[in-house]
Structure formats: structure tokens, C-alpha cells
Design a protein. Structure first.
Length: 68
């Protein structure tokens, strides 16, 4: 019974989460051979000011690079 946790930045809508869960479930069932209902996917929306990379908070890094 695989449990997959995805941490990604807040701002993705319900449709994006739905597609993510379906795609991950598809890959895991194909590779592992387990049934769809045995796969659990947990999606955590993380505010970019709670996400650090390269010694900087993601909201700072994005504003320096001009990203959304």
C-alpha cells in the first residue's frame, strides 16, 4: 500500500491536484502492480514563504527572478 506525499507551492487549483493524483496513481499502479485503491496520494500546499531553497525563502527567490 504505497503512500506518496507531494509538497508543492500553494496556488494550484483543484483540477491541477486532481490531475496530479491521477497521474501519480497511474504510475505507481503500473510500476508496482498494486490496484488503484491501494495507492494513497497526499498533496500538501506549502506557502512559498515556508519553503526554502539555496539558503533563501522561495517567495524571495521568485521575486528576484521575476516569477509569479
Amino acid at each position: 500500500m504505497p503512500v506518496i506525499t507531494v509538497n508543492w507551492w500553494q496556488g494550484n487549483d483543484r483540477q491541477a491536484r486532481k490531475e496530479l493524483v491521477a497521474g501519480i496513481t497511474d504510475v505507481v499502479t503500473r510500476v508496482s502492480g498494486c490496484p488503484d485503491d491501494a495507492v494513497t496520494v497526499i498533496v500538501r500546499d506549502v506557502d512559498p514563504d515556508h519553503w526554502g531553497n539555496g539558503g533563501h525563502l522561495a517567495d524571495e527567490s521568485r521575486s528576484r527572478r521575476g516569477r509569479r
